[in-house]
Design a protein around this ligand. Sequence first.
Ligand code: C2E
Ligand code: MG
Ligand code: MG
Ligand code: MG
Length: 282
Amino acid sequence: YSAKSGRLGAAVYDEDRDGHGRHRLEDIAALRRALETGELVLHYQPKLDLPTGTVAGVEALARWQHPTRGLLYPDAFIDLAESAGLMAQLTTRVIDMALAQCRRWADQGRSLTMAVNVSPSNLVDQGFPDDVARLLAVHGLPAGSLVLEVTESLLMEDRERAVRVLTRLRDAGVGVAIDDYGTGHSSLAYLAALPVTELKLDRTFIAAMTGSARAASIVTSTLQLAHALDLVLVAEGAEDAATVAALAELGCDVVQGYHLSRPLPPEQLEAWLQERARAHVS
Ligand code: C2E
Ligand code: MG
Ligand code: MG
Ligand code: MG
Protein backbone atom coordinates (compact mmCIF):
# COMPACT_ATOMS: atom_id res chain seq x y z
CA TYR A 1 0.00 0.00 0.00
CA SER A 2 1.23 3.44 -0.70
CA ALA A 3 0.33 6.16 1.72
CA LYS A 4 1.43 8.46 -1.04
CA SER A 5 -1.29 7.49 -3.46
CA GLY A 6 -3.66 10.32 -2.89
CA ARG A 7 -6.17 9.69 -5.66
CA LEU A 8 -9.25 8.03 -4.28
CA GLY A 9 -9.60 5.53 -7.08
CA ALA A 10 -5.99 4.43 -6.80
CA ALA A 11 -6.19 4.23 -3.04
CA VAL A 12 -9.33 2.11 -3.11
CA TYR A 13 -8.53 -0.25 -5.94
CA ASP A 14 -4.74 -0.49 -5.76
CA GLU A 15 -3.64 -4.07 -5.71
CA ASP A 16 -1.70 -5.23 -2.73
CA ARG A 17 2.03 -5.74 -3.29
CA ASP A 18 1.66 -9.50 -3.10
CA GLY A 19 -0.79 -9.30 -5.95
CA HIS A 20 -3.75 -10.80 -4.11
CA GLY A 21 -5.71 -7.74 -5.02
CA ARG A 22 -7.43 -7.32 -1.72
CA HIS A 23 -9.03 -3.97 -1.48
CA ARG A 24 -7.63 -1.35 0.79
CA LEU A 25 -11.00 -0.45 2.27
CA GLU A 26 -11.64 -4.08 3.18
CA ASP A 27 -8.24 -4.30 4.83
CA ILE A 28 -8.86 -1.13 6.80
CA ALA A 29 -12.22 -2.46 7.97
CA ALA A 30 -10.58 -5.75 8.92
CA LEU A 31 -7.82 -3.97 10.84
CA ARG A 32 -10.34 -1.79 12.63
CA ARG A 33 -12.19 -4.96 13.64
CA ALA A 34 -8.96 -6.60 14.74
CA LEU A 35 -8.29 -3.68 17.07
CA GLU A 36 -11.67 -4.22 18.73
CA THR A 37 -11.54 -8.01 18.94
CA GLY A 38 -8.75 -10.23 20.16
CA GLU A 39 -7.02 -10.57 16.78
CA LEU A 40 -4.18 -8.21 17.61
CA VAL A 41 -1.75 -10.11 19.84
CA LEU A 42 1.69 -9.42 21.27
CA HIS A 43 4.81 -11.50 21.22
CA TYR A 44 7.59 -10.68 23.64
CA GLN A 45 11.32 -10.77 23.04
CA PRO A 46 13.61 -10.81 26.10
CA LYS A 47 16.33 -8.22 26.71
CA LEU A 48 19.33 -9.60 28.58
CA ASP A 49 21.32 -7.42 30.96
CA LEU A 50 24.88 -8.48 30.11
CA PRO A 51 26.75 -7.56 33.33
CA THR A 52 24.33 -9.54 35.52
CA GLY A 53 23.09 -12.13 33.04
CA THR A 54 19.50 -11.45 34.06
CA VAL A 55 16.50 -10.79 31.84
CA ALA A 56 15.73 -7.19 32.70
CA GLY A 57 12.85 -6.65 30.34
CA VAL A 58 11.01 -7.58 27.19
CA GLU A 59 9.96 -5.83 24.00
CA ALA A 60 6.35 -6.22 22.88
CA LEU A 61 6.00 -6.85 19.14
CA ALA A 62 2.59 -6.69 17.50
CA ARG A 63 1.14 -9.57 15.48
CA TRP A 64 -2.23 -9.83 13.80
CA GLN A 65 -3.88 -13.22 14.10
CA HIS A 66 -5.84 -12.79 10.88
CA PRO A 67 -8.92 -15.02 10.51
CA THR A 68 -7.99 -16.20 6.99
CA ARG A 69 -4.40 -15.09 6.32
CA GLY A 70 -2.75 -16.52 9.43
CA LEU A 71 -0.31 -14.75 11.72
CA LEU A 72 0.72 -11.43 10.18
CA TYR A 73 3.88 -9.52 11.08
CA PRO A 74 4.10 -5.74 11.52
CA ASP A 75 5.35 -5.12 7.98
CA ALA A 76 1.93 -6.30 6.79
CA PHE A 77 -0.14 -3.85 8.82
CA ILE A 78 1.81 -1.02 10.51
CA ASP A 79 1.91 1.19 7.39
CA LEU A 80 -1.76 0.49 6.80
CA ALA A 81 -2.62 1.50 10.36
CA GLU A 82 -0.61 4.69 9.94
CA SER A 83 -2.12 5.69 6.60
CA ALA A 84 -5.66 4.78 7.67
CA GLY A 85 -5.46 6.95 10.77
CA LEU A 86 -5.63 3.94 13.09
CA MET A 87 -2.22 4.31 14.70
CA ALA A 88 -3.36 6.12 17.85
CA GLN A 89 -5.83 3.32 18.46
CA LEU A 90 -3.28 0.60 17.66
CA THR A 91 -0.66 2.06 19.99
CA THR A 92 -3.13 2.53 22.83
CA ARG A 93 -4.27 -1.06 22.39
CA VAL A 94 -0.68 -2.36 22.33
CA ILE A 95 0.32 -0.39 25.44
CA ASP A 96 -2.82 -1.56 27.25
CA MET A 97 -2.18 -5.22 26.41
CA ALA A 98 1.54 -4.97 27.15
CA LEU A 99 0.97 -3.34 30.54
CA ALA A 100 -1.73 -5.91 31.41
CA GLN A 101 0.88 -8.61 30.72
CA CYS A 102 3.53 -6.69 32.67
CA ARG A 103 1.09 -6.57 35.61
CA ARG A 104 0.43 -10.34 35.41
CA TRP A 105 4.17 -11.01 35.42
CA ALA A 106 4.70 -8.60 38.33
CA ASP A 107 2.00 -10.48 40.25
CA GLN A 108 3.94 -13.71 39.60
CA GLY A 109 7.05 -12.10 41.02
CA ARG A 110 8.65 -11.40 37.65
CA SER A 111 9.86 -7.83 37.48
CA LEU A 112 10.34 -7.03 33.79
CA THR A 113 10.37 -3.65 32.08
CA MET A 114 8.05 -3.53 29.09
CA ALA A 115 9.18 -1.87 25.86
CA VAL A 116 6.61 -0.80 23.26
CA ASN A 117 7.25 0.63 19.79
CA VAL A 118 5.58 3.92 18.97
CA SER A 119 4.94 5.70 15.69
CA PRO A 120 5.30 9.26 14.34
CA SER A 121 1.64 10.11 14.82
CA ASN A 122 1.82 9.18 18.51
CA LEU A 123 4.59 11.67 19.15
CA VAL A 124 2.86 14.64 17.61
CA ASP A 125 -0.28 13.91 19.62
CA GLN A 126 -0.11 16.19 22.65
CA GLY A 127 -2.65 13.97 24.45
CA PHE A 128 -0.39 10.90 24.22
CA PRO A 129 1.47 11.42 27.55
CA ASP A 130 -1.87 11.56 29.37
CA ASP A 131 -3.03 8.36 27.65
CA VAL A 132 0.17 6.64 28.78
CA ALA A 133 -0.22 7.92 32.36
CA ARG A 134 -3.82 6.71 32.45
CA LEU A 135 -2.85 3.23 31.22
CA LEU A 136 -0.04 2.96 33.79
CA ALA A 137 -2.53 3.92 36.51
CA VAL A 138 -5.15 1.43 35.27
CA HIS A 139 -2.62 -1.39 35.56
CA GLY A 140 -1.10 -0.09 38.78
CA LEU A 141 2.42 0.11 37.38
CA PRO A 142 5.15 2.71 37.97
CA ALA A 143 6.18 4.78 34.95
CA GLY A 144 9.63 3.18 35.06
CA SER A 145 8.18 -0.16 34.02
CA LEU A 146 7.47 1.22 30.53
CA VAL A 147 9.99 2.04 27.79
CA LEU A 148 8.82 3.60 24.53
CA GLU A 149 10.93 2.84 21.45
CA VAL A 150 11.05 5.50 18.75
CA THR A 151 13.07 5.57 15.54
CA GLU A 152 15.43 8.37 14.60
CA SER A 153 13.64 9.08 11.33
CA LEU A 154 10.47 9.55 13.29
CA LEU A 155 12.14 12.17 15.43
CA MET A 156 13.26 14.14 12.41
CA GLU A 157 9.75 14.66 11.11
CA ASP A 158 8.23 17.09 13.54
CA ARG A 159 11.06 17.57 15.95
CA GLU A 160 9.71 20.23 18.21
CA ARG A 161 6.39 18.59 18.87
CA ALA A 162 7.96 15.15 19.26
CA VAL A 163 10.54 16.48 21.73
CA ARG A 164 7.77 18.15 23.74
CA VAL A 165 5.79 14.91 23.98
CA LEU A 166 8.89 12.85 24.79
CA THR A 167 9.98 15.32 27.45
CA ARG A 168 6.63 15.02 29.22
CA LEU A 169 6.85 11.22 29.12
CA ARG A 170 10.44 11.29 30.31
CA ASP A 171 9.61 13.75 33.13
CA ALA A 172 6.90 11.33 34.24
CA GLY A 173 9.55 8.59 34.49
CA VAL A 174 8.82 6.61 31.31
CA GLY A 175 11.93 5.26 29.55
CA VAL A 176 12.63 6.39 25.99
CA ALA A 177 14.79 4.40 23.57
CA ILE A 178 16.07 5.38 20.14
CA ASP A 179 15.35 2.31 18.02
CA ASP A 180 17.45 1.21 15.02
CA TYR A 181 20.08 3.73 16.07
CA GLY A 182 22.65 4.49 13.40
CA THR A 183 20.34 4.09 10.41
CA GLY A 184 19.00 7.64 10.59
CA HIS A 185 20.92 10.86 10.48
CA SER A 186 20.54 12.71 13.75
CA SER A 187 23.43 14.94 14.73
CA LEU A 188 25.26 14.30 17.96
CA ALA A 189 24.16 17.71 19.28
CA TYR A 190 20.56 16.76 18.63
CA LEU A 191 21.01 13.37 20.24
CA ALA A 192 22.56 14.90 23.36
CA ALA A 193 19.56 17.22 23.72
CA LEU A 194 16.94 14.47 23.38
CA PRO A 195 15.16 13.20 26.46
CA VAL A 196 16.19 9.57 25.96
CA THR A 197 17.42 6.79 28.24
CA GLU A 198 18.56 4.09 25.77
CA LEU A 199 20.17 3.70 22.38
CA LYS A 200 19.33 0.53 20.48
CA LEU A 201 22.10 0.07 17.96
CA ASP A 202 20.65 -1.24 14.72
CA ARG A 203 21.08 -4.92 14.00
CA THR A 204 22.99 -4.32 10.75
CA PHE A 205 26.00 -3.20 12.85
CA ILE A 206 25.59 -6.10 15.26
CA ALA A 207 25.33 -8.68 12.49
CA ALA A 208 28.60 -7.43 10.96
CA MET A 209 30.70 -6.97 14.08
CA THR A 210 32.29 -10.40 14.48
CA GLY A 211 33.35 -10.51 10.83
CA SER A 212 34.64 -6.99 10.45
CA ALA A 213 36.94 -4.85 12.57
CA ARG A 214 35.35 -1.73 11.10
CA ALA A 215 31.86 -2.81 12.17
CA ALA A 216 33.21 -3.72 15.62
CA SER A 217 34.68 -0.24 15.98
CA ILE A 218 31.27 1.28 15.25
CA VAL A 219 29.90 -0.74 18.14
CA THR A 220 32.79 0.35 20.39
CA SER A 221 32.46 4.03 19.56
CA THR A 222 28.65 3.98 19.92
CA LEU A 223 29.10 2.36 23.30
CA GLN A 224 31.46 5.14 24.37
CA LEU A 225 29.04 7.76 23.09
CA ALA A 226 26.09 6.17 24.89
CA HIS A 227 27.99 5.97 28.17
CA ALA A 228 29.27 9.54 27.85
CA LEU A 229 25.65 10.64 27.52
CA ASP A 230 24.54 8.39 30.40
CA LEU A 231 22.50 6.18 28.10
CA VAL A 232 22.08 2.44 28.16
CA LEU A 233 23.36 0.76 24.99
CA VAL A 234 21.18 -2.08 23.72
CA ALA A 235 22.44 -4.29 20.89
CA GLU A 236 19.59 -5.63 18.76
CA GLY A 237 19.72 -8.63 16.48
CA ALA A 238 22.44 -10.75 18.10
CA GLU A 239 22.05 -14.03 16.24
CA ASP A 240 24.90 -16.18 17.58
CA ALA A 241 26.95 -16.92 20.69
CA ALA A 242 30.09 -15.29 19.28
CA THR A 243 28.27 -11.98 18.85
CA VAL A 244 26.85 -12.07 22.37
CA ALA A 245 30.31 -12.87 23.75
CA ALA A 246 31.89 -10.05 21.75
CA LEU A 247 29.25 -7.60 22.99
CA ALA A 248 29.84 -8.65 26.60
CA GLU A 249 33.58 -8.28 26.08
CA LEU A 250 33.16 -4.74 24.74
CA GLY A 251 31.02 -3.75 27.74
CA CYS A 252 27.66 -3.50 26.02
CA ASP A 253 24.83 -3.15 28.56
CA VAL A 254 21.91 -5.07 27.11
CA VAL A 255 21.49 -7.56 24.29
CA GLN A 256 18.48 -8.76 22.36
CA GLY A 257 18.30 -11.18 19.45
CA TYR A 258 17.44 -14.58 18.06
CA HIS A 259 20.43 -16.18 19.78
CA LEU A 260 18.72 -15.60 23.11
CA SER A 261 15.16 -15.95 21.92
CA ARG A 262 12.81 -15.02 19.13
CA PRO A 263 9.78 -12.99 20.11
CA LEU A 264 7.40 -15.45 21.83
CA PRO A 265 3.77 -15.61 22.97
CA PRO A 266 3.56 -14.94 26.73
CA GLU A 267 3.21 -18.56 27.87
CA GLN A 268 6.21 -19.59 25.79
CA LEU A 269 8.25 -16.70 27.15
CA GLU A 270 7.39 -17.84 30.68
CA ALA A 271 8.57 -21.36 29.82
CA TRP A 272 11.79 -19.88 28.39
CA LEU A 273 12.38 -17.84 31.56
CA GLN A 274 11.76 -20.93 33.71
CA GLU A 275 14.14 -23.00 31.64
CA ARG A 276 16.84 -20.33 32.01
CA ALA A 277 16.32 -20.11 35.75
CA ARG A 278 16.66 -23.91 36.01
CA ALA A 279 19.79 -23.98 33.87
CA HIS A 280 21.36 -21.26 36.01
CA VAL A 281 20.79 -22.84 39.41
CA SER A 282 22.02 -26.27 38.39
P1 C2E B 1 12.02 -3.21 15.89
O1 C2E B 1 11.33 -2.47 16.96
O2 C2E B 1 13.39 -2.79 15.53
O3 C2E B 1 11.96 -4.72 16.35
C1 C2E B 1 12.93 -5.67 16.08
C2 C2E B 1 12.55 -6.56 14.92
O4 C2E B 1 13.66 -7.40 14.62
C3 C2E B 1 11.40 -7.51 15.24
O5 C2E B 1 10.70 -7.78 14.02
C4 C2E B 1 12.14 -8.75 15.72
O6 C2E B 1 11.39 -9.95 15.57
C5 C2E B 1 13.33 -8.75 14.81
N1 C2E B 1 14.48 -9.41 15.44
C6 C2E B 1 14.76 -9.57 16.74
N2 C2E B 1 15.92 -10.24 16.94
C7 C2E B 1 16.41 -10.49 15.72
C8 C2E B 1 17.59 -11.18 15.25
O7 C2E B 1 18.43 -11.66 16.00
N3 C2E B 1 17.77 -11.24 13.90
C9 C2E B 1 16.85 -10.71 13.02
N4 C2E B 1 17.10 -10.84 11.72
N5 C2E B 1 15.73 -10.07 13.43
C10 C2E B 1 15.52 -9.97 14.76
P2 C2E B 1 9.12 -7.63 13.89
O8 C2E B 1 8.44 -8.19 15.10
O9 C2E B 1 8.75 -8.17 12.55
O10 C2E B 1 8.90 -6.07 13.95
C11 C2E B 1 9.39 -5.25 12.92
C12 C2E B 1 9.18 -3.78 13.27
O11 C2E B 1 7.80 -3.46 13.32
C13 C2E B 1 9.74 -3.41 14.64
O12 C2E B 1 11.13 -3.20 14.53
C14 C2E B 1 8.95 -2.15 14.92
O13 C2E B 1 9.55 -1.02 14.31
C15 C2E B 1 7.62 -2.42 14.24
N6 C2E B 1 6.62 -2.79 15.24
C16 C2E B 1 6.43 -3.97 15.87
N7 C2E B 1 5.41 -3.90 16.75
C17 C2E B 1 4.94 -2.62 16.68
C18 C2E B 1 3.90 -1.90 17.37
O14 C2E B 1 3.21 -2.42 18.26
N8 C2E B 1 3.72 -0.59 17.02
C19 C2E B 1 4.50 0.01 16.07
N9 C2E B 1 4.24 1.29 15.79
N10 C2E B 1 5.47 -0.62 15.42
C20 C2E B 1 5.70 -1.92 15.72
MG1 MG C 1 11.73 -1.80 18.76
MG1 MG D 1 14.94 -2.01 16.46
MG1 MG E 1 15.20 -2.83 13.71
